[in-house]
Design a protein around this ligand. Structure first.
Ligand code: AMP
Ligand code: MG
Length: 203
């Protein structure tokens, strides 16, 4: 497959061109394709999280074990009730303070709209609102499932060139948003237990 390179780095200030390119990436994702997208942590390999076949392709492209769940990326906390049966008040408090940003929350009781492929069969769901990619998610109009855009077992990618080394020819598009500012994975907090537990210290 030919991978399309969508460069957002050379068009700063050209708002219309930026919007067209972001829409192109968003359309690829909404229609079942895979696009590597910049976030503030590391580059993510994004697919429409509501499309089980597209999500399965993430695992294939990365060689990722299927029991390793993916994080669901949303444009704001307002979307959480669509994907989670009961959103705890603490989730909204954390979202208000840390979203958009490098914080992932694990919530209880995913809704059936979220395919089992995303959560690796778990009843919980990991959610995050990333700073940089939030516009792409909004344009796509669907949540985006995205693990890091590297081959499984290789280092996470913080530039589009690193992503290309692992993913060129395997996915529909790579969006170049420049180097990731945080450079390490998100912090993960488990809100399904009381008190909440830090699962992964991150950015
Ligand atoms: P990443 O590899 O940065 O995309 O983060 C994915 C990690 O988030 C997984 O390896 C899990 O540690 C964690 N995670 C995602 N979803 C869940 C979930 N539903 N329950 C528990 N942990 C999760
Ligand atoms: Mg990873």
């Amino acid at each position: 497959m030919e991978t399309k390179f969508i460069d957002l780095t050379d068009i700063k200030g050209q708002q219309k061109v930026v919007e067209e390119k972001i829409q192109m990436a968003a359309d690829i994702i909404r229609s079942g394709g895979l696009a590597a997208i910049p976030t503030e942590t590391v580059y993510g390999l994004g697919a429409n999280a509501l499309d089980a076949a597209a999500v399965r392709r993430i695992f294939e492209a990365k060689g990722r074990p299927q029991d390793n769940p993916l994080i669901l990326h949303v444009p704001s906390a307002q979307w959480l009730p669509r994907f989670c049966e009961s959103v705890p008040p603490l989730a909204y408090t954390l979202a208000r303070n840390f979203w958009p940003g490098p914080l992932t929350m694990i919530l209880k009781r995913k809704k059936p709209a979220v395919p089992d492929e995303v959560t690796a069969g778990l009843d919980t769901v990991g959610v995050r609102c990333p700073a940089h990619a939030v516009t792409i998610i909004r344009y796509a109009g669907v949540p985006i499932a995205a693990p890091s855009a590297n081959l499984s077992g290789r280092p996470s990618c913080t530039t589009a060139a690193d992503v290309a080394a692992d993913m060129d020819g395997k996915i529909e598009a790579i969006v170049d948003g420049g180097p990731c500012t945080v450079g390490v994975e998100s912090t993960i907090v488990d809100l399904t237990v009381s008190p909440p537990r830090l699962l992964r210290p991150g950015g």
